[in-house]
Ligand binder design. Structure first.
Ligand SMILES: [Fe+2]
Length: 267
């Protein structure tokens, strides 16, 4: 195996070539992948055409698959650890907004992995580097954010699944979280619809700050935009990236098989 990792932008994402994810990996190769994953936060593997069973086998090398409660309707019958993301109307879709996966849960997943089955013209996914979003703040702002806690609520996801916003699950997490493996700090925020506020602050105090951090995090120089091809596998670190699913493809078919892996409580 001749593994080659190439950065996709100056900020986030790398393409990995010279590997077949459906074949067993040696511990040396896995360690190289792990290092690349921790460094680049998003790994792109082209031309893999991974079916559900090998996708789950590869995912299990990284951790324990989990299915967030609100997505149970999308589970694949034979592979309940796998969720199938299919075309939804633009009005209903919850993911056309910058977000971490499941910050409304006490223990959000650490990794999300998608395997592209059917892709439309369009339907790109973007990722932001939330380490850099934090590191590019001034030391004064960084100090100000220390110790703040954000109230997340899955308002958009609940709406997409026909659940009332008042019943949407919620959780409170540190606004600046420390990655348990790299020790680097990352901004933990999300789309204003899903972020209720900063604990102990009024709406008037917290909202402008959250809005600023959202815009600051998602500037073009902090983003990788992936144009999907059938057979792609993309995995990302859900402890230091936000992502955004562009919905520009109308009712064209788009099918991605998704696995998420159990994480740690943000700290
Ligand atoms: Fe997502």
């Amino acid at each position: 195996m001749n593994l080659k990792t190439t950065p996709l932008t100056g900020s986030v994402g790398a393409a990995v070539e010279g590997i077949s994810l459906s074949e067993p990996l040696t511990s040396e190769v896995f360690e190289l992948l792990r290092e690349a994953f921790l460094r680049h936060c998003v790994l792109v593997f082209r031309d893999q055409h991974l079916a559900p069973a090998p996708q789950l086998a590869f995912a299990r090398l990284w951790g324990e698959p989990v299915v967030p409660a609100l997505l149970s309707k999308l589970q694949l019958g034979e592979y309940p650890e796998l969720v199938q993301i299919r075309t939804m109307s633009k009005e209903l879709v919850s993911t056309e907004a910058w977000h971490y996966d499941a910050p409304h849960t006490p223990v959000p997943p650490k990794v999300t992995m998608l395997s592209a089955q059917v892709v439309p013209a369009g339907g790109d996914t973007m990722w932001s580097n939330q380490y850099l979003a934090y590191e590019r703040l001034t030391p004064v702002m960084q100090r100000m954010l220390q110790g703040l806690r954000v109230h997340f609520r899955a308002v958009r996801l609940a709406r997409s699944q026909g659940v009332a916003a008042s019943d949407a699950p919620s959780a409170v997490h540190p606004l600046v979280r420390t990655h348990p493996e790299t020790g680097r700090k990352a901004l933990y925020i999300g789309h204003p619809d899903n972020v209720m506020g900063i604990e102990g602050m009024t709406e008037a105090e917290g909202r402008p700050l959250l809005n600023f951090l959202y815009v600051h995090s998602t500037q073009p120089d902090n983003v990788y935009r992936h144009m999907w091809r059938v057979g792609d596998v993309v995995m990302w670190d859900n402890r230091c990236t936000m992502h955004y699913a562009v919905h520009d493809y109308g009712d064209q078919e788009r099918v991605l098989n998704r696995v998420t892996l159990k994480g740690e409580a943000p700290a």
